[in-house]
Design a protein around this ligand. Structure first.
Ligand SMILES: [Cu+2]
Length: 186
C-alpha cells in the first residue's frame, strides 16, 4: 500500500510537472518561431522582393531558408545590429574575409542592398574593426543604400567624404573598400 501510494504520488508529480511544462515549452518555441519569422522578414526587407524572394536567408550564421538565385539576405550586418542586407556572392566573400581578418581582392563588381539603411547602427568610415564606432571621428550612418565593390582602380575620383550627399568610398585603405550609394532619404 505504501509502495502504491508512493508510486501514485510519483506519477501525479510527473503529471503535474509535465502539465505545467508542456505549455511553457510550447510558448517558448512559439516565441522562437515568431522571432525567426521576424528576422526572416527583416532580412528580406533589405532588397526588392524580386531579389529577396528567392534568396538564401542566413540568420546568426545559419542557413534557415535555402535560396535559388545566388543572393543571400541577413537580418543583421554586425551581430544583432538589426540592419538587414542582401548580398551577391562577391559581397559574401568579402564579408567572410572581413570577419576573419583575411585578405580580399576584388576582381569583379559585387553588389549589396541595404534598403533599410543603417540609421542608429553605423560604422567608422575608415575602420571596420573600430571597437566603439559611435565615438569615431568618422562615424557615419546612411539611409537606404546600395554598396558596390569594384576592383581598386575603379575607385579613382570617388570621394571618401560621406557628407557630400552622393556616393562615397567606405573603408578606403582596407581590403574591404566599397562604394556607398544612397538611394533614398530616410
Ligand atoms: Cu551598408
Amino acid at each position: 500500500m505504501v509502495n502504491f501510494l508512493k508510486s501514485a504520488l510519483c506519477i501525479s508529480a510527473v503529471l503535474s510537472t509535465s502539465l505545467i511544462a508542456i505549455p511553457a515549452i510550447a510558448e517558448d518555441s512559439k516565441m522562437a518561431e515568431d522571432l525567426m519569422t521576424e528576422k526572416i522578414g527583416r532580412a528580406k526587407s533589405a532588397a526588392p522582393a524580386s531579389i529577396s524572394g528567392d534568396a538564401t536567408i542566413v540568420v546568426d550564421g545559419k542557413v534557415v531558408v535555402e535560396g535559388s538565385n545566388g543572393w543571400t539576405c541577413m537580418p543583421d550586418t554586425f551581430p544583432d545590429d538589426g540592419m538587414p542586407m542582401c548580398n551577391d556572392a562577391v559581397w559574401m566573400e568579402m564579408l567572410t574575409a572581413m570577419v576573419n581578418k583575411k585578405d580580399f581582392t576584388a576582381t569583379k563588381i559585387g553588389i549589396s542592398y541595404m534598403l533599410q539603411g543603417d540609421r542608429g547602427a553605423g560604422v567608422s568610415n575608415s575602420d571596420p574593426y573600430h571597437s566603439d564606432p559611435k565615438s569615431a571621428d568618422d562615424y557615419v550612418e546612411t539611409g537606404p543604400h546600395l554598396m558596390i565593390i569594384v576592383p581598386k582602380a575603379m575607385l579613382e575620383g570617388i570621394t571618401d567624404d560621406p557628407t557630400t550627399g552622393g556616393p562615397y568610398v567606405m573603408w578606403k585603405d582596407t581590403p574591404y573598400v566599397h562604394i556607398m550609394v544612397p538611394v533614398a532619404d530616410k
